[in-house]
Design a protein around this ligand. Sequence first.
Ligand code: ASP
Length: 324
Amino acid sequence: MPISRLLGALCAASMLTAPAFAQDYPERAITMVVPFSAGGPTDTVARLVAERMSADLGQQITVENIGGAGGTLGAGNVAKAEADGYTLLLHHIGMATAETLYRNLAYETLDAFDYVGLVTEVPMVVTARKDFEPSDFPAFVTYVKANADKLTMANAGIGAASHLCGMLLMQALEAPLVTVPYKGTGPAMTDLLGGQVDIMCDQTTNTAQQIKAGTIKAYAVTSPERLALFPDLPTAKEAGVDTMQFGIWHGIYTPRGTPAEINQRLSQSLQKALADEGVVTAMAELGTTPVPADSATPEALKAKLESEIARWKPVIEAAGVYAD
Ligand code: ASP
């Protein structure tokens, strides 16, 4: 075959296979990596959307928990995975903070991933074991300041949302508590319930049910407004700690190089999942709401990650707290 015809045939074949690949996607089960333990707040959000996305995609999305190192272990695994649309990462704000907190990160955050879309933004609650002495946030502030050397604070490792919230709380109160790291705040909650640790700041997606059941104490929320779910809980800002105003946003990523058509297909599926009445209701019961459809897109997540890396870099550098 003359070389020009051979090249023509190869070219035609590749034009046929590329769109066909994306068109047939997904042909088998998909793994969604959660970089924290099962039963925690990131896991809860992941399982909610994975179930609805599975129904839409016609293939099972299986959640795999790879906890450790504040979420960087699981993210690193996905960064190295095949860019074929069969490995996803559902991570939170830690994706942005780890970029500065970990000076020896195994991946370049802005080069290693492609984007599917934002999922939800979840407020944090300052909580403590059920029998913790203070009855409200002002009393909590006084008590923690006076007993800092005796109190323990659980988190999910450096870079986790609970670490970030705890760091801001300790800075504001000038109270360097002893921190106890876990692979996720699922197991940390077990220890808070058991009284093995005193304090934890974590998402409502992990704390709401326990607060409602009265099995832990809640003192303040990090949202700008009080939550409809807990109207009696003050915002940290209202109670005088104005550095603690932030939400924990979650996004879905794929390894860099994943075909754009696949990221789009996943984004459409995510949008459907977030509009599902069951998901909206389940999230409301956990103190959160799904993002609107135009935020569940690759462009919106990319912009959010870039702006959040820029937002937290100077804060972390000023605090001089690094994971290494
Ligand atoms: N909420 C945890 C954190 O501190 C992570 C988790 O277990 O989902 O980031």
